[in-house]
Design a protein around this ligand. Structure first.
Ligand code: ATP
Ligand code: ATP
Ligand code: MG
Ligand code: MG
Ligand code: MG
Ligand code: MG
Length: 269
């Protein structure tokens, strides 16, 4: 560009602090909806799990992955999503605030942009917002433990919410009575309550609710038709196979080894 004369004000630039993420670490950006307890009530989310909301969250996360190179895996549940940048990324020179704000604003604008595709009958009543944070993980073990932590959180909350809303919707309890019934119970008690009182086998509940959503890149082969015109010949059509990156959604366990063995290219060794 054009070399510009520096103004006497220019020195204030040096007040910016360096927030470069440590080299060789996975960079995780996690975002979470602000006040979604209230937002979900005001927008008539079905309890305990609104499929439209989960679909919209995943769609917004895909938009982030499409626009932010180097996200190798993303995991979401409830009103949160985590994006993992590969350890070698140099996107935005690894500046934490740039990465975090781009992820969070791309996600937020997509959430609004795609709202009506998922909530066909429910207007968006006000602009929602999401907070963001950055955490660095130096090893594959730490990174996998991070993702396991989020999936375990999904399980604990979903088991609680499933019994809670069964007590309210099917058992006729008030929300405070349901809370009271659940105080001090452990996972086994909750499973038992669901089964004996409501004939619900927790393990038969949809995987999407129990396991959350994991997004990874897939190499998809695609056959495209191209018109070519060789010299001294008529134009003809040829078929070319191209590999394209496509996002694949999984609703499976990511705590154990199986997922990572089946998708061994996702994390660098
Ligand atoms: P904060 O601003 O501190 O994050 P919050 O109200 O968003 O507060 P969270 O702990 O993030 O609290 O919980 C999100 C809440 O949003 C859940 O407890 C649940 O009530 C609601 N929620 C999020 N996603 C869904 C969904 N798909 N279906 C039903 N309810 C949902
Ligand atoms: P980066 O992603 O690095 O920020 P950028 O293309 O957004 O790249 P900026 O330095 O932020 O670059 O400059 C914003 C550009 O957007 C301006 O140079 C100008 O071309 C355009 N722009 C922004 N606001 C207006 C406006 N109100 N009217 C016309 N052009 C605008
Ligand atoms: Mg919170
Ligand atoms: Mg929240
Ligand atoms: Mg949350
Ligand atoms: Mg700009």
């Amino acid at each position: 560009g054009v070399a510009m004369a520096k103004s006497k004000f220019e020195y204030v630039r040096n007040f910016e602090t360096d927030d470069t993420c440590l080299k060789n670490c996975y960079i995780v950006v996690r975002l979470d909806g602000r006040n979604f307890h209230k937002f979900s009530e005001q927008h008539g989310f079905l309890k305990p799990n609104d499929k439209r909301a989960l679909g919209l969250m995943a769609r917004s996360a895909e938009s982030v992955m499409d626009n932010m190179e180097d996200v190798c895996v993303a995991y979401g549940q409830s009103d949160e999503f985590s994006f993992v940048f590969k350890r070698s990324t140099n996107l935005f020179k690894r500046r934490a605030s740039k990465l975090m704000t781009h992820v969070t604003s791309q996600f937020s604008s997509s959430f609004v942009f795609y709202w009506a595709e998922y909530f066909t009958e429910q207007p968006l009543l006000y602009p929602p917002s999401f907070d963001g944070r950055v955490v660095l993980y130096p090893s594959n073990r730490n990174l996998r433990d991070y993702l396991s932590w989020r999936q375990a959180d999904c399980h604990i909350n979903n088991l609680y919410n499933t019994v809670f809303w069964a007590l309210v919707q099917k058992g006729g309890l008030s929300t405070s009575q349901a809370e009271e019934r659940l105080r001090g119970t452990v996972a086994g008690d909750k499973n038992e309550m669901l089964f004996s009182e409501f004939n619900i086998n927790y393990n038969s509940e949809p995987q999407q609710y129990r396991k959350g959503t994991t997004l990874i890149w897939n190499m998809a082969e695609e056959v495209v038709t191209k018109k070519v015109k060789p010299a001294n010949e008529n134009e003809k059509e040829v078929h070319v196979t191209r590999t394209r990156r496509k996002i694949a959604a999984h609703h499976c366990d990511i705590i154990g080894e199986q997922f990572w063995e089946e998708h061994s290219g996702v994390l660098e060794s």
